[in-house]
Design a protein around this ligand. Structure first.
Ligand SMILES: *Cc1c(COP(=O)(O)O)cnc(C)c1O
Ligand SMILES: [Zn+2]
Length: 370
């Protein structure tokens, strides 16, 4: 692992989640893709074993997740491909990150982890900790709806309810992280080396080719940066020739990265947000903000901000096609609808359903009410 701020490096089995200097850690590895071996394995994200930084001598923590369908869907009158990651074991793509991160934690002999998330990351970490028999405490804002906490509790995780904002919860967990392993989906680099398998699967499902464009949500960027890492590793291993253009979608009511991208400045540390249906990506202070903006720019991509009306209408449209997704996931589709309308006819566009509708029944009832 290498610090992005000072360049200091750490062994892969050092249980650190940030540098001593406070900087973010990234993992550098020489990913390999032995295609014949890969294709002979079970259709799970772990078929890319040689590209995942968990030692082969350790059994991994897995529910055979991954290899979700890449389905053609008609969007804005043209064909796009949507990866069905709402079908993963806990109902969101966060399982990819949790499977690798908790596998790594268990291989290092970690007995107890902490994480802060009121949503899908907390759920995924709790489920994989249950499978690994690792104790797990999830820090959540005290006003999180009971429906969301039910899923996390069912896995036997301890809930630590913190008064105040989402950022207050993030600060509270840092104190706990001084004692216990911090299984953070935003800080811990192993999480991103799980979400990157999304890119490997898309590539293999397209006949070992990269798409032209990927349309992804972004709050903390756990899928976006994972996809960026994954497609770059495929290029370095000479499997594909280029990284797709990344179109990053934010809710207009909470769009700090989109603003930074447009003004060509670094993301601000304090950002005024308004409420949004896409609460899963409403992140005012993303710790990897600069990396995200740089990745989008480097890929030749752009940002799209979607309104509440667009999110709601995309959510309804997907329901009418037989897809039941979370309102947060509908934000990505709203961006996809806008992007696809202006794209060239032969462009291969891939997007994603990030979370299952069954996760947000309370919100669904409100949406159906008007
Ligand atoms: C985590 C998540 C996202 C993306 O969020 P990031 O903050 O960018 O990691 C999008 N949709 C859903 C349903 C999620 O759970
Ligand atoms: Zn450092």
């Amino acid at each position: 692992m290498v610090c992005t701020a000072c360049g200091r490096d750490y062994a892969l089995d050092d249980p650190v989640w940030k540098c001593l200097c406070g900087g973010l850690l990234d993992i550098e590895l020489d990913a390999r893709f032995p295609r014949e071996q890969i294709e002979a394995r079970k259709p799970t994200m772990w078929r890319y074993r040689e590209a995942i930084p968990v030692g082969h001598e350790h059994p991994v923590v897995t529910f055979d997740e991954g290899f979700t369908p890449l389905l053609p869907v008609e969007i804005a009158g043209r064909r796009v491909l949507i990866k069905q990651d709402h079908l993963l074991p806990t109902g969101s793509y966060k399982d990819r990150g949790a499977s690798v991160l908790i596998s790594k934690a268990r291989s290092m002999g970690v007995k107890r982890v902490v994480e802060d998330s009121s949503g899908n990351a907390g759920c995924a970490i709790a489920a994989y900790c249950a499978a690994a028999q690792i104790e797990c405490a999830i820090y959540v804002p005290s006003d999180t709806s009971p429906g969301k906490l039910a899923h996390i509790s069912a896995y036997g995780a301890t809930l630590q309810k913190i008064p105040g904002s989402r950022e207050d919860t993030a600060h509270a967990v840092l104190a706990a992280a001084a004692r216990d392993y911090y299984a953070s989906h935003s800080w811990n680099p192993f999480f991103f080396h799980g979400t990157k398998t999304w890119a490997f699967e898309v590539c293999e499902q397209l006949g070992w080719k990269a798409p032209d464009t990927i349309v992804l949500p972004v709050g903390n960027g756990t899928l976006l940066l994972g996809a960026y890492i994954g497609f770059n590793e495929l290029v370095c291993a000479e499997v594909t020739e280029g990284v797709p253009k990344i179109v990053a979608v934010q809710a207009a009511n909470c769009n700090p990265l989109s603003v930074a991208f447009r003004r060509a400045v670094e993301p601000r540390l304090t950002f005024e947000q308004r409420e949004t249906l896409a609460e899963g990506i409403a992140i005012a202070e993303p710790v990897r903000g600069k990396q995200i903006v740089d990745a989008v720019r480097w890929s030749g991509g752009t940002f799209i901000d979607v309104t509440e009306e667009e999110i709601e209408s995309a959510w309804r449209e997907m329901g009418r096609k037989g897809f039941y997704i979370e309102p947060t996931s509908a934000a990505t589709i709203a961006g996809l609808i806008r992007y696809a309308a202006g794209a060239s006819p032969d462009e291969v566009i891939v997007s994603v359903f990030t979370g299952h509708g069954l996760k947000s029944t309370e919100k669904t009832l409100k949406l159906l009410d008007h």
